[in-house]
Ligand binder design. Sequence first.
Ligand code: AMP
Ligand code: GLY
Length: 420
Amino acid sequence: MNILVIGGGGREHAVIKTLKKSKRCGKIWCLPGNGGIERDAECYPVKATDMDGIVQFAKTHPVDFAVVTPDAPLVLGCVDRLEALGIPCFGPDQRAAIIEGSKVFSKQLMRKYGIPTAASAMFEDPMSAISYLKTCEYPVVIKADGLALGKGAVIVNNLQEAQKTVHEMMEEKVFGESGSRILVEEFLVGTEVSVLSFTDGETVVPMVSSMDHKRALDGDEGLNTGGMGTVAPNPYYTEEIAARCMREIFLPTVEAMNGEGRTFRGCLYFGLMLTAQGPKVIEYNCRFGDPEAQVVLPLLESDLLEIMLAVRNGTLSSDMVRFSELNACCVVLASDGYPKKYETGFEISLPADDSHIFVAGARREGDKLLTSGGRVLGAVATAPTLREAIDGAYALAGQITFRNAYMRRDIGARALQAKE
Ligand code: AMP
Ligand code: GLY
């Protein structure tokens, strides 16, 4: 089967390397891909948000199956466009992708169907938001309704910070139209867990759980980033909690989407907070997490392509999805300064075995691989214990060099504490 993958980050590199293990996997094209992905797939410079460009490419190449993984093309209806050409896809259609595309939608969904989440209020104009914020106890979380490159949630500690955030989102429109509506949300206290799941709209099969490290600096200090590292499984996510999440969150969400006539088929990502009152939803994503995919997919023992086809065709069953008992850790190497200002264009030197290196921000120039983004790549290791996986990922990261490389030194430290 010839496969078209849309996207060009570390997550897409992990998806592609995993798809290549399938016996049925033929050629892989990736739009736009990156300099690292080029080793594993044929890349063409068509942006993941260029719907017409993607359709044009699909019309002129013998594509048997398409895998759409980033949020933006899913929300823009990439799957609908490709399916209309007769190309089966892995990924939700536009009506279902709204579960990530609009935080107001997903909040209303959870309220309507009794799915546990933070209490919140929605505002469409800054004046009423501010009068409400005058009555709040702090901290609270202010969220832009639409996609905002993962930066649309701001924790504010007092009224001044709240006013500034409302002004930026609703008046300066730093996230464009995404900030036309905002949510003011109760601040949840607890441990965060990411659970990705496969669902065909009827059956939902959770993957191994994981823990992201979103802040830029050690000790969870500094700015929010796309994610500086991950471990899987997440030791705080016990079997008992998993069973409760299935009952109270996963199945009800899939049924709620059906109830709204928005059947979700693809990877549904549950961002959860384990609170004293039980697990609650922080956010839904309509796709694999990045860098969650980089630790979850290397632990998958089953054939990813077969699973994706079953998700598309409505024939998913839980025995199709098997994970190993190993632990995995991903350490992200970023350009120093990320997520703010950083320099790029530096040559990357990789060890001979790069099978567990997932490239996110790099371009090829002749034989050279040069940095081209904030998050440059992820170094991943799997091992019987979490400690060994962490040591392995840092050992691999230590064999990778580029001039302004920056990484957190404490990926997995919090997870190790849970074990002690
Ligand atoms: P989001 O953009 O919804 O993924 O939020 C980004 C991060 O903000 C999350 O991973 C949490 O760490 C934090 N966050 C979001 N909503 C809440 C909340 N209601 N309470 C506490 N932390 C939150
Ligand atoms: N790592 C978080 C996300 O992909 O949204």
